[in-house]
Design a protein around this ligand. Structure first.
Ligand code: PNS
Length: 159
């Protein structure tokens, strides 16, 4: 059984993330979406809420599990019997950022990384940009699931 992990901050999940998660769920038997618990970086949403938003967004995918991890991703992979890491690539800048991590992870435990090109429809979408646009009153409907949009509008006092 091929198990993979889609790791990230997911602060919050966007349609770009969901594109990669849905395609991974078609390619592999089991997909674990893992949210990094980063003590040094305060997000907009706390980790329990990010997990909740992800669970709602992936409830239609029976082979997708939502979890969190701290420490090294490769240790999480070993603990959960995960054979590969899946990452979405939007642009060459993502490639430059991801390849050193892929090589380091492979060196640490021989866990491999599979890159999936993000659909062009979402190639400009990131959690950071979505938050910035909402914060300044812009419209991000269609770029995140409706329940995520509702929470963003609440958090930024626009509901
Ligand atoms: O969504 P992000 O913030 O780009 O995700 C980055 C993430 C969580 C995948 C990456 O920072 C990570 O794997 N962190 C865990 C710590 C770790 O294993 N570091 C060594 C990577 S070579």
């Amino acid at each position: 059984m091929a198990s993979v992990v889609c790791p990230g901050s997911f602060d919050p999940v966007t349609h770009g993330h969901l594109d990669v998660i849905e395609r991974s769920a078609r390619l592999f038997d089991r997909v674990v979406v893992a949210v990094l618990v980063n003590e040094n970086k305060q997000g907009l949403f706390d980790v329990p809420e990010r997990l909740d938003l992800l669970r709602q967004a992936t409830s239609h995918l029976s082979n997708v599990e939502i979890d969190s991890f701290s420490g090294l991703l490769v240790d999480f992979c070993t603990e959960r019997k995960i054979g590969a890491i899946v990452k979405g690539l939007r642009a060459v800048s993502d490639f430059d950022y991801e390849v050193p991590m892929a090589h380091m992870n492979a060196r640490l435990t021989a866990v491999d990384t599979v890159f999936v090109p993000t659909s062009p429809a979402w190639s400009f979408v990131s959690s950071s940009l979505v938050k910035e646009v909402v914060r300044h009153g812009g419209d991000v409907s269609g770029l995140v699931p409706p329940h995520v949009l509702a929470r963003l509008l609440e958090v930024y006092g626009r509901a």
